[in-house]
Design a protein around this ligand. Structure first.
Ligand code: KG4
Ligand code: ZN
Length: 328
């Protein structure tokens, strides 16, 4: 079995995955969302202190499996350095004390593997990764064969939801709040620009929509409930239209047989619906991770680690480093 640890942002999580069957045996997660909500976003120093308290609690729960381990895996890139360090320190200690191979895991790769926790891996697959830190279209052919086809030039998709929620004083994380509010709003009420609409560039940009929302918010003070819902709906419609427009270009070019959406923001039902329709149009199979595995978790780290274990992607406990800003 492999013990996996996730602490790249504001979720502390530990999982146990069986190597031979790739099955998830144990999975626990403590989300810090409520703690950070008070500040309108993740406070790295607070997040790191909470990981230091919560990870040992989760490890204690995993105690019955600790004598059956063949390796320890941990997210070491990309993410917040001070929070990544908490998971890495625990993994180093376990690796040294129990003489176990240590597997460093890339967080973006782990999100891709969230698709394969409960079903067979599928390669090649075109993957849209939308989270708080990333907006990417990836051509995934295998563990080590991942090509970035498009990425964001500024804010990420999830981050733009967080910022829009903050502007309207709605709380953190903004994604689920804005999505819920959008259901009650009129998406035609405010016209929002669709970024890079006339550009051939295969890239994303969310700063323009965010600024458009800022102007609408400023012009409609004090915001009543109906206006907030209309802003949420108008914003979400433009944000998804942008994802769709650029993805459609890639679909036309690559004609993928399999497509997936992963990352925290892939929980968004309007996104899921829009891409389900796109896949129907292109006769492509759509794969969506279970909602429980969209946001950060150690189950996806563990599943990714099984493939890494088979490829012997080990590192010495003394050499592992955290990298806050790496690609996939
Ligand atoms: O993958 P994740 O848990 O953490 C990162 O690796 O960033 O993603 C969290 C991000 C946050 O920005 C959150 O607002 C966004 O995903 N998110 C959503 C939804 N649920 C979470 N964005 C849009 N709609 C949602 N339903
Ligand atoms: Zn993530």
């Amino acid at each position: 079995m492999i013990l996996s640890i996730e602490s790249s942002c504001d979720d502390s999580s530990i999982a146990i995955t069986e190597i031979a069957t790739k099955k998830l045996i144990f999975h626990r997660k403590i989300s810090q969302e409520l703690e950070h909500a008070k500040y309108g976003g993740v406070v790295p120093e607070l997040a790191s202190r909470l990981h230091a308290v919560d990870l040992p609690k989760l490890l204690e729960e995993a105690e019955p499996f600790l004598n059956d381990l063949k390796a320890v895996a941990v997210t070491n890139e990309p993410g917040l350095s001070v929070t990544l360090l908490e998971g890495v320190a625990m993994a180093q200690a376990l690796s040294i004390a129990k003489d176990l191979p240590l597997i460093p895991i890339n967080h973006l790769k782990a999100h891709i593997y969230s698709l394969f926790i409960e079903k067979e891996a599928i390669f090649p697959i075109l993957v849209l990764l939308i989270s708080g830190g990333h907006t990417m279209v990836l051509d995934v052919k295998g563990y080590d064969e991942i090509k970035v086809l498009a990425t964001t030039m500024d804010d990420s998709f999830g981050e733009s939801f967080d910022k829009v929620a903050k502007m309207m004083g709605l709380g953190y994380p903004g994604g689920p709040i804005v999505e819920k509010l959008a259901l009650q709003g009129d998406s035609k009420k405010f016209s929002m620009p669709i970024p890079l609409q006339n550009s051939p560039k295969l890239a994303f940009s969310y700063s323009g929509i965010k600024n458009a929302v800022r102007l609408v918010v400023e012009a409609n003070q004090p915001l009543d409930e109906e206006t907030k819902a209309d802003i949420a709906a108008s914003f979400q419609k433009a944000a998804i239209a942008h994802l769709m427009q650029k993805s459609k270009k890639i679909f036309k070019e690559l004609k993928p047989r399999n497509f997936a959406i992963v990352g925290g923001a892939s929980a968004n039902l309007a996104v899921r619906k829009a891409f389900t329709n796109l896949c129907e149009e292109f006769d492509c199979n759509i794969h969506l991770a279970d909602l429980a595995y969209c946001s950060d978790n150690a189950a996806m780290v563990g599943r990714c680690a099984v493939d890494a274990y088979e490829l012997k992607k080990f590192i010495s406990a003394l050499d592992i480093e955290v990298q806050p800003r790496t690609d996939v």
